[in-house]
Design a protein around this ligand. Structure first.
Ligand SMILES: Cc1ncc(COP(=O)(O)O)c(C=O)c1O
Length: 439
């Protein structure tokens, strides 16, 4: 499947009556629209993708994913050579993405045994893995130790008790501390304030650090913070780095992830360079010059590269116009969970004027299953293809089986070719973990 007739790139001005030109900055980098007004991603038309793989479908611009990883890695290496970029894999825990991360040579952070298992199965070398979690179990810590992962980021004293029992050889450890930064984001995405469940406050951190330093098998490397997610003001990261220094002089400082992305026409999100300038600028001011500096971007690596492709099932006019698609909060939780706004387009008629403002809804049994409130669209018809943009992060992560929904397939597209990275769940999958007597 090639992109021979995809002539209009989204950098061109909007056609009359719609804002396609503005979608450029929230659709995947390698997007275009052909003469018939059909959206192509990675050189493959959404019509072809829907026909071949069905809907709803998670579609990723593979070159966009690789490009963003490279931007972070080269930008960081140029600014602070003694550094490491870790992709926070909770943002898109699919085996194909772990494989891509391994190919790109970016390190990976996992939170829990499932992510660790996937990363190892996909070929991420153990020496590029870090493990997080505020409630790691004995089993998970044993998995990490057996695999020989590089660093375990300790969250609390109980975890140190566990490690004391489990360690049989030296292991690098870091400690998650509470930086006392109230991130400007949704409350459930803020993790750096004084009442956070993650990490230890400074007075307790000092004790935990002493304990690690005194233990013959614990190699204490330094401190870690993560102030939250979808943070649009880079000054907040600089503030966090400044607070880090007050924790003491260490070999390594990890400033976590959290840089926000542009979801809507009006969002003003920092570029990778702006983010790195802020973090490294603060590191130059506050951290020891010979320290190792780590960052853990998740969302900002995968969000823009991904879209979700749906088919319109019904259009209803009841005072409001409801356009209902064949997915919903089972494949896109963030609208309901944190009120995230997304933008949508009718992807098989992308150049048509937007004449309506509709409620783009899903098929799950919740009124809160509203994918886009007041979405400006052309008059939608049954069978139209709808794309919600910038859904590459945390959508697959949070996908669930509400109303028996089947988790969508994932395809990677690049250079006019699509490849299946995860197949769609089947009804048999829904029964697979249940007792045979009800199967
Ligand atoms: C410890 C840690 N690091 C990194 C991240 C990635 O955050 P983001 O996806 O916002 O970049 C998270 C997200 O929750 C996290 O908990």
């Amino acid at each position: 499947m090639t992109n021979s007739n995809a002539t209009q790139t989204l950098t061109q001005p909007s056609p009359e009556g719609n804002r396609l030109g503005e979608l450029w900055s929230i659709l995947p980098e390698h997007s275009s629209v052909d003469e018939q007004g059909v959206l192509h991603i990675g050189g493959v038309s959404v019509e072809h993708l829907a026909e071949q793989y069905g809907t709803p479908l998670y579609v990723y611009d593979e070159a966009g994913l690789r490009g963003q990883i490279r931007r972070f890695m080269s930008g960081m290496a140029e600014r602070w050579p003694n550094s490491e970029v870790l992709w926070a894999s909770k943002s898109f825990p699919a085996a194909g993405m772990y494989r891509l991360a391994a190919e790109e040579g970016v390190s990976v952070d996992v939170a829990g045994g499932g992510e660790l298992r996937m990363a190892l199965a996909a070929g991420v070398p153990p020496e590029r893995l870090h493990m997080h979690g505020n409630a790691k179990t004995d089993a998970e810590l044993s998995m990490a130790l057996d695999a020989g992962i590089d660093v375990i980021i300790v969250d609390n004293e109980d975890e140190l008790d566990r490690l004391e029992r489990l360690l049989t050889r030296p292991q690098k450890l870091m400690l998650r501390v509470i930086p006392g930064v109230e991130a400007k984001t949704h409350a459930s995405q803020a993790t750096g304030g004084d009442d956070s469940k993650f990490g230890l406050p400074m007075d307790q951190a000092v004790k935990a650090i002493e304990r690690m330093r005194a233990h013959p098998l614990m190699e204490f490397e330094g401190v870690h913070i993560h102030i939250g997610s979808q943070i649009l003001e880079v000054e907040q990261f600089a503030e966090a780095v400044a607070n880090l220094r007050s924790t003491g002089d260490f070999a390594t400082y990890d400033v976590g992830g959290g840089v926000g992305v542009k979801y809507t026409y009006s969002d003003d999100a920092p570029s990778v360079d702006e983010y790195l300038d802020a973090v490294v600028g603060a590191a130059r001011t506050y951290l020891p010059a010979d320290a190792k500096l780590m960052i853990e971007p998740g969302r900002s690596i995968v969000a823009r590269a991904g879209v979700t492709l749906y088919k319109v099932v019904t259009v209803k006019h009841t005072g409001k116009t409801f356009v209902a698609v064949d997915g919903g909060l089972a494949d896109q939780m963030d609208a309901a969970l944190v009120g995230q706004r997304f933008e949508a387009l009718v992807a098989n008629r992308a150049t048509e004027p937007w004449t309506e403002t509709v409620q783009l809804v899903g098929r799950q049994c919740e009124s809160g299953d509203l994918l886009v409130d007041q979405a400006p669209l052309p008059a939608a018809r049954v069978g139209d293809l709808v794309v919600t943009a910038t859904t590459g992060a945390y959508a697959y992560t949070l996908a669930n089986n509400y109303n028996g929904a089947l988790k969508p397939a994932i395809v990677f597209v690049a250079d006019g070719e699509a490849r299946l990275v995860a197949r769609r769940e089947t009804y048999d999958d829904l029964l697979a973990t249940h007792a045979p007597s009800i199967g």
